[in-house]
Design a binder for this molecule. Structure first.
Ligand SMILES: Cc1cc2nc3c(=O)[nH]c(=O)nc-3n(C[C@H](O)[C@H](O)[C@H](O)COP(=O)(O)OP(=O)(O)OC[C@H]3O[C@@H](n4cnc5c(N)ncnc54)[C@H](O)[C@@H]3O)c2cc1C
Length: 446
């Protein structure tokens, strides 16, 4: 530890923060790790697969509007990051395909974040849980630490050569959701740890950080409407199978290519009337997708049965004609939707659907029909603190703010209405942050 503080202060002990902490500690740096929660882990504790795009071509194809510098760093950094996980002793599975375009590994994230905490303790670092960060400490235009309110209520000024912001995004703040994602996002369900309330955003922008990019969207999944949704449901009740079903808005129309990805459809649904829609699959979709694993090796509950058991708006129609009996209060016209499905079936048979269908362009013609009303739930935003490839926070000018780093779901620019792994993003840029701190020159005068 330096006379005047730590080499690295990490605010947020989730995937990015734990990663940076373990990397920095094993490189001999003094580290203080702060989390507002009573335990480390954040949203990482819910996650199970560390993955991203396999190469630059797929990254460019899937995420054309993402920052090219950050995209390149993620793809290039992923292999070495997985090697680092293995060397550290994390429980990492063999390489496997993830979704239709990604590649990655199963990762025991609970074991991993606990391992990172142990490494910090073994190397003599400090960990403050239940501690809130009030403000960053500035010296001129440089960040030299932060004022932290510790669990006992005392304010403590922590000095550090580098401060890493890794609070996991602003998805738990309804105001920021409404302002930065979409007005309808104010009331949507949260599918993440409850503490990512935009503190990183507030701390970094107060220090002059750029924020963006507008319109980038968010990562989330469709869930059944009208249910009380809690963290026990985050995986089981995410309707990943939507990629194989058809989704109708309150105008009784398809509005997006559902087959591309459930997380893309989730963003599109947010912008539809009342941000809700009717998801319809037939017996084939039920058999092949609603009741099977989304990612190889993952749990495979019957999503339809679960949504029904939990009191969602669900129903089974023995024929398309029976869709006319949809409850009136739901607000859809079942006869119009039945006609839309007939027309969709005819159009995919002759290869010309009016709303495109890139994958799984098969008719829904095997009764019965499984109907679930669905709404979006948010896991983390793609809008966030702007950084460079070395996790240095940048100002509007593009220049780095001395002493300030950010990684993980607090950052923006990498993903733009596209998604290729939240754990990988936090892992690769968490490592980059620690490496930047390690390779910094002589200590600044503070
Ligand atoms: C159900 C679910 C399943 C998922 N599955 C996957 C998956 O399989 N693969 C994948 O790639 N991604 C997955 N993700 C996303 C992944 O978990 C996140 O992208 C990743 O954890 C982001 O890391 P992070 O460090 O930025 O944020 P987090 O891991 O969420 O950590 C943020 C931390 O910051 C803390 N914090 C907040 N405010 C403050 C403050 N003011 N001061 C101090 N600390 C603060 C929080 O308490 C938390 O501990 C999943 C997410 C969820 C919710």
């Amino acid at each position: 530890m330096k006379d005047n503080g730590f080499d690295l202060l990490v605010i947020g002990a989730g995937m990015a923060g734990c990663t940076a902490t373990a990397r920095a500690a094993t490189q001999g740096m003094s580290v203080c790790l702060v989390d507002v929660a009573a335990d480390v882990g954040g949203s990482a504790r819910y996650a199970g697969y560390v993955w991203t795009m396999p190469d630059h071509e797929v990254m460019a194809e899937q995420n054309p509007d993402g920052d090219p510098v950050l995209r390149r760093r993620l793809v290039d950094g992923f292999g070495p990051a997985v090697d680092w996980l293995r060397v550290l002793g994390a429980d990492v599975g063999p390489a496997q395909r993830i979704l239709s375009y990604g590649r990655g590994h199963r990762l025991d994230t609970n074991h991993y974040v606990d391992l990172c905490r142990k490494i910090l303790q073994d190397f003599g670092g400090e960990i403050l849980l239940g501690a809130d960060t009030e403000e960053l400490t500035m010296s001129g235009d440089a960040v030299v630490g932060a004022v932290v309110r510790t669990a006992d209520g005392a304010a403590r000024e922590i000095r550090a050569e580098h401060t890493l912001i890794a609070t996991g995004g602003f998805q738990a703040d309804p105001e920021l959701r409404a302002r930065c994602l979409h007005p309808s996002a104010r009331t949507i369900a949260l599918r993440s740890n409850p503490n990512s309330r935009g503190d990183g955003h507030r701390l970094a922008t107060a220090a002059g950080a750029a924020f963006g990019t507008a319109g980038a969207g968010f990562y989330g999944h469709l869930i059944p409407s009208e249910i009380s949704f809690s963290d026990a449901d985050y995986v089981e009740l995410a309707l990943y199978y939507s990629e194989h079903a058809l989704l109708f808005n309150l105008d009784n129309k398809r509005f997006t290519d559902e087959s591309l990805a459930d997380h893309l459809t989730t963003m599109e649904l947010l912008e539809q009337p009342e941000a809700r829609g009717l998801l319809i699959g037939d017996a084939r979709v039920h058999r092949d997708w609603m009741t099977t694993a989304y990612v190889e090796g993952a749990i495979a509950p019957d999503k339809f049965a679960l949504a029904s058991k939990r009191g969602g708006r669900v129903g089974v129609a023995e024929s398309l004609d029976e869709l006319k009996y949809l409850p009136e209060e739901w607000g859809y016209d079942g006869s119009v939707i039945a006609a839309e499905i007939e027309s969709y079936n005819a159009s995919v048979r002759d290869g010309s659907p009016s709303v495109p269908r890139a994958l799984d362009a098969l008719p829904l013609d095997e009764p019965p029909y499984y109907v679930v009303e669905t709404v979006p739930a948010v896991t983390f935003p793609f809008v966030g603190i702007r950084t460079d490839a070395n996790a240095r926070v940048t100002a509007e000018s593009g220049d780095p703010i001395p002493g300030l780093l950010a990684a993980g779901s607090d950052t923006g620019g990498l993903w733009h209405r596209a998604y290729g792994g939240g754990l990988a993003t936090a892992l690769v840029f968490g490592l980059a942050a620690a490496d930047t701190a390690a390779s910094a020159g002589l200590p600044r005068d503070a």
